[in-house]
Design a protein around this ligand. Structure first.
Ligand SMILES: [Zn+2]
Length: 173
């Protein structure tokens, strides 16, 4: 018989968005990460608002719950998600997590982009994630890295985000 194990679940989330200038020179939307708008000449090409941090966080939470990714829950083809504020996806993921009897232990977010510099907005980004998930900011970590000027991310043509989330069961589902 398998000995009782702590009811912990880990999840990984990943997202990447191509960055383009706004219309008419490209299809980029305003540059947004974790609900913070950055003044930047290029922005994410996306069906929703293209918030790569929120998308990767949602995928980490859904992954930890053993569920399909954000693309299955909120399909690109659905007109109601056109230009949608991705906070909506975060709120939906939080509800799912709570419905299944889990709570967030901690979240570690790595944002990879050459520009803009994230540091001045880091605490606001963390505060936004924590607020939407209903947890203390101490449970959310976020760091920014560059891609050393190589490949699409390093050339400023894409933004990439990795997230690891740990959940603990707090109620029988
Ligand atoms: Zn995305």
């Amino acid at each position: 018989m398998t000995p009782a194990l702590p009811m912990l679940r880990i999840g990984h989330g990943y997202d990447l968005h191509r960055l383009e200038p706004p219309a008419p020179h490209g299809r980029g939307r305003p540059f947004i990460l974790a609900g913070v708008h950055f003044d930047h000449p290029v922005g994410p090409v996306a069906h929703s608002d293209g918030d790569a941090v929120y998308h990767a966080v949602v995928d980490a939470l859904l992954g930890a719950l053993g569920m399909e990714d954000i693309g299955q829950s909120f399909p690109d083809s659905a007109p109601e998600w056109e230009g949608k504020d991705s906070a909506t996806f975060m709120e939906a993921a939080r509800r799912t997590l709570e419905d299944k009897g889990f709570a967030l232990v901690n979240l570690d977010v790595t944002v990879i982009c050459e520009r803009p510099k994230l540091a001045p907005q880091k605490s606001q980004m963390i505060a936004n994630i924590a607020r939407l998930l209903g947890v203390d900011v101490a449970r959310v970590n976020l760091k920014g890295k560059t891609h050393e000027k190589v490949d699409a991310v390093g050339e400023g043509r894409a933004v990439e985000v990795h997230v690891v989330a740990l959940l603990a069961q707090v109620a029988a589902s």
